[in-house]
Ligand binder design. Structure first.
Ligand code: F6P
Length: 471
């Protein structure tokens, strides 16, 4: 059955697993994209095309939580070359200031092309005549152009969740022109920040012969026609109401008190929550905390750090190396500054459900977001949404998309360890009146700007996108 709205993303909004008896079961994966798109999907009777998260798993389309899901099967080799390889060892570091050196392998590129074609073919099969197809993120940058070739009748939107690199860095990519042409298959290309959209337009001007005017690119179509592609910023948000509501429940409030008690009721609980990724500046933050302890500017057990580092992309070498480095550093600081019963850093290599996250946010006094580069950083917004008592300070890297929006945070350059230490100390000692006034400002922004509004704004802009030539 064809659908009026088709979402295409690397992952499905559920994880599929094969039981020992060969039966398939699914569980909801708690990503932000699901909560953003679920209401629109239900309303529009939409379908979601994506990978199940397990290699070699074949499954027919099925319905889950009122959504039509179409699994795309990836073989073990494809997971290695398309997902771990080209997406996460080439495009990911290239898009994050080459913090880790991008790896360029021609066979990874070939697999990326093949897998992108598979996603586009599924989208073409499931889209109704004139449907809207919304493609997500860097894993699928070739899908818009392939889909346009297969189905010129559909309206195609693409949203890039991560930073779009400056021209001088993007230029390294051996397949830079093909990637740009892939994206230009869309009618609307969305980015987190206006700087990302500007980078993209610069790259279009440099690597194609196309004409651009402001955010518009004129792309020749069949038979001498021309269409316009718009590149603009649509900063993503979170399901703010959900975190606010969770943080008001008695169960979460009790759990927050329990967390503080189990840490020895510190005066200052610092919190970091990240995927264990080299873009997040986890080592910089831990180093700064260690030096503050060494200099006696913070003391254990009055000040402690809880660092949640959820497992991520564990087959990629750069992630394995990061884990070793972080764990070595945590061990060293705990060894030097800990005493029996008083541990400076509680390091948790786990993922937690939203209820536990809300309790951690509510329990914390200071949230540390020190990314070296980050498309948006949703953790910063989740923390603010959970601070229902207007208590808590956000220390936020200026290299996140969130820094453009979150006035009220203490902005830091995480490379400047001394500056970072000063900001952490200032946050830890902040006068309650200043804290409240900053947090209120933050909450006004986060609570009014939620992810449903983001998806509606994107889809409305896509539907209104002009298709006629540039004047
Ligand atoms: O930020 C980009 C992103 O792909 C998110 O959409 C996702 O939540 C995160 O990175 C982790 O992605 P994955 O586990 O699929 O590699």
């Amino acid at each position: 059955m064809p659908y009026e709205l088709v979402v295409v993303a690397n992952r499905l909004p559920v994880d599929l697993t094969l039981g020992p008896d060969g039966s398939l079961s699914w569980s909801r994966s708690p990503g932000g994209l699901v909560s953003a798109l679920e209401p629109v999907m239900r309303e529009a009777d939409g379908a979601w095309i994506g990978w199940s998260g397990t290699a070699d798993l074949e499954s027919e389309p099925f319905d889950a939580d009122g959504m039509h899901l179409v699994p795309v099967c990836l073989t073990t080799d494809e997971v290695e070359e398309y997902y771990e390889g080209f997406a996460n060892d080439t495009l990911w570091p290239l898009s994050h200031d080459v913090i880790s050196p991008p790896v360029y392998h021609r066979h990874w590129w070939e697999t990326y092309r093949r897998v992108n074609r598979r996603f586009a073919t599924e989208a073409a099969r499931h889209a109704a005549p004139g449907a809207v197809v919304w493609v997500h993120d860097y894993q699928l940058q070739l899908v818009p152009a392939i889909l346009r070739e297969l189905r010129p009748d559909v309206r195609i939107g693409y949203f890039h969740h991560i930073p779009f690199p400056p021209l001088e860095i993007f230029a390294q990519l051996p397949w830079r022109r093909q990637v740009v042409e892939g994206l230009l298959g869309a009618d609307l290309v969305g980015f987190q920040r206006s700087g990302d959209a500007a980078n993209f337009v610069r790259v279009v001007r440099r690597f194609t012969d196309l004409t651009t005017r402001g955010p518009l690119v004129a792309v020749p179509g069949p038979d001498g026609t021309e269409r316009q592609v718009r590149a603009s910023a649509f900063p993503i948000s979170i399901d703010s109401g959900r975190f606010d509501a969770l943080a008001r429940t008695q169960a979460v409030r009790d759990r927050a008190a329990e967390i503080r008690a189990s840490l020895g009721d510190p005066q200052v609980m610092l919190l970091g929550v990240d995927r264990l990724d080299y873009t997040k500046g986890i080592r910089h933050r831990i180093k700064a905390f260690g030096e503050l302890l060494a200099e006696g500017r913070l003391r254990v057990p009055e000040a402690v750090l809880v660092q949640v580092a959820s497992p991520s992309r564990q087959n990629v070498e750069a992630y394995q190396q990061l884990r070793e480095e972080v764990e070595l550093l945590v061990g060293r600081i705990n060894g030097e500054h800990g005493t029996i019963g008083a541990v400076p850093i509680s390091y948790l290599h786990h993922s937690y459900p939203p209820e536990e996250m809300a309790a951690l946010y509510l329990a914390a006094d200071v949230m540390l977001v020190t990314s070296l580069r980050d498309g948006m950083n949703l953790v910063a917004k989740e923390f603010v949404a959970a601070c229902v008592d207007d208590r808590g300070v956000l220390v936020l890297s200026e290299f996140t998309g969130a820094a453009d929006e979150l006035a009220g945070a203490l902005l830091v350059n995480p490379h400047d360890i001394d500056g970072l230490k000063d900001a952490v100390e200032r946050a830890a000692r902040m006068d309650p009146r200043e804290m409240r006034s900053r947090m209120r400002k933050l909450r006004r922004r986060v609570m009014s700007d939620d992810v449903r509004r983001w998806s509606q704004t994107f889809l409305r802009t896509l539907e209104a996108a002009p298709r006629e030539p540039l004047a």
